[in-house]
Design a protein around this ligand. Structure first.
Ligand code: FAD
Length: 465
């Protein structure tokens, strides 16, 4: 064969790769993805006695919360009630004990200008409120390395087998049932087998590979970054004492970065270090290599343009510098499961309470069916790729509800293993009871403002076949 001939092959532009993967682990529950939902699922299942293997592509746990540097656990309240507890609250308390997590005490969770001026720049307010100023709520600002450190401790204490540096590549499926996963690693492909697999990849990698139906959603993406050397006192003084000049400069800063929420910089537990949840970049597909590469380049350009603007113009920012750009691109939405039930925007907005509710976010509820894929047994999903419409996911994808979903998925998996039954035959009420026993609030007791749905469920869940 001459060199040009070799370049032309293969003719259909595809290369077949029939690699054999050695089985490196056998367990009860395989969790793919060590972000907020997968970590919570692994801890919950392990604490119920299941043998758990947790797989993560990166060298740390936390997903978008640590590697994406999304540094606020958003609003966890429904009025006075704190709704996200369990593993999420344990994480908050453990990080706070290390001085790496900050949240407003009960007395300061109120709606007035004094509370606002103290807490707004921590990002701990009700961001959906139309009130001026928005109420300060129970939400928590944390440090990304604090998250990694505490999750390592919790995973070790729970006796979970953690496999970092392992990139899930395909599901092992036989007769409509998932039996494990194959990961790409430095040592070549490796198989991990389990009775139940939890997809917590955020992009539905496992369920999609296993053949479960899904839709392809999209939303803005962001290269989150941190600035150090910021005189936050001076920046806040300027904001409150010179509101007109502040608003003009703030508007210009947002134009330079190319789109941001109202508060484009927020305080962190590290003095003088702020995190910037911007720029907003549209038109990229969060699972396409070409788009991800372009977005990384585009994000950095905008960050350095803003740095230059901030140094020259913004009081408090004259000596600032980029501490780091998040190692993970901020992908909010890609594939979404089309599960046994698809949560709608109305369900979230109207606080619909389902007969099979097993998890909750601030004031809304998640049914067990929204975590169950159609057509594949032995598989459950948790996290931002759960079964919801694009619009519903945009308003129900924060870290705390993902942790609540993860905890419910881990508990469901452990029950299925313990009883030798299918996931769809696990009784939602039993999941709730065990989540409660772990200190979580699965949303089984609807709050006064919930719309309690008594209607028949589309599929029978919790009926032993
Ligand atoms: C820019 C931005 C700002 C946000 N702001 C906030 C905010 O202020 N407050 C808030 O509460 N929420 C916020 N969110 C939402 C929140 O961060 C996510 O919805 C949440 O982290 C989802 O958790 P998850 O566990 O489902 O997914 P992820 O956090 O995405 O975790 C998925 C994990 O799976 C791993 N993984 C993925 N694919 C593979 C694979 N093939 N093999 C092995 N491992 C894999 C990833 O590395 C990661 O660790 C924001 C999101 C973004 C992008």
């Amino acid at each position: 064969m001459t060199a040009p001939d070799r370049l032309q092959a293969p003719l259909d532009n595809r290369v077949e790769n029939r690699s054999t993967a050695p089985v490196v682990s056998r367990c009860d529950v395989v969790v793919v993805g060590g972000g907020p939902s997968g970590f919570s699922a692994a801890v919950a299942a392990s604490r119920l006695g299941a043998k758990v293997t947790l797989i993560e592509r990166y060298p740390y746990l936390g997903g978008l919360a640590s590697g994406g540097m999304v540094l606020v656990l958003d609003d966890m309240t429904n009025g006075e009630e704190i709704t996200c507890t369990g593993i999420c609250m344990e994480m908050i308390e453990r990080m706070a004990r290390l001085d790496l997590c900050v949240y407003p005490p009960a007395a300061e969770r109120r709606q007035d200008w004094q509370a606002w001026s103290k807490w707004a720049r921590w990002g701990v307010f009700d961001f959906r409120s139309q009130m001026k100023p928005p109420p300060i709520v129970f939400a928590a600002a944390f440090d990304p390395d604090g998250w990694k450190r505490v999750s390592n401790d919790m995973v070790e204490e729970a006796g979970i087998e953690l496999r970092l540096h392992s990139w899930f590549s395909r599901a092992i499926v036989a007769d409509g049932r998932i039996a494990g996963v194959v990961c790409e690693t430095k040592a070549g492909p490796q198989a991990v087998l389990g009775t139940v697999v939890i997809d917590a990849t955020g992009d539905l990698d496992v369920a999609a590979s296993a053949g479960a139906p899904f839709v392809h959603g999209s939303y803005i993406i962001t290269t989150v970054f941190r600035l150090g050397g910021v005189d936050t006192e001076e920046a806040e003084r300027f904001r409150f004492e010179e509101p007109e000049r502040f608003h003009e400069l703030d508007r210009q800063a947002k134009r330079v970065i190319g789109g941001a929420w109202d508060q484009w910089w927020l305080k962190t537990p590290l003095p003088g270090v702020v995190w910037c949840n911007c720029p907003h970049m549209a038109g990229f597909d969060g699972i396409k290599v070409e788009d991800l590469t372009r977005a990384d380049f585009e994000g950095r350009k905008r960050i350095y343009a803003l740095l230059d603007f901030a140094r020259r113009n913004l009081p408090g920012f004259a000596g600032c510098y980029v501490v780091d750009v998040a190692p993970q691109l901020g992908i909010r939405q890609t594939r979404l499961l089309e599960g046994e039930y698809v949560v709608t925007k109305e369900d979230v907005m109207q606080r619909v309470h389902f007969p099979d509710t097993v998890a909750r976010g601030r004031d809304y509820y998640t049914p067990y069916r929204a975590m169950l894929p159609r057509g594949v047994d032995g598989l459950i999903v948790a996290g931002r790729h759960y079964s919801a419409t694009e619009q519903a996911q945009k308003i129900s994808r924060e870290i705390p509800p993902c942790m609540s979903m993860g905890q419910a998925a881990g508990v469901a998996a452990a029950i299925a293993i313990d009883r030798g039954i299918a996931l769809r035959d696990v009784e939602p009420k039993l999941i709730c009871a065990k989540v409660r026993a772990q200190g979580g609030d699965p949303g089984d007791r609807p709050s006064a403002n919930a719309r309690v749905l008594e209607a028949q469920m589309g599929v029978q869940v919790g009926v032993q076949a």
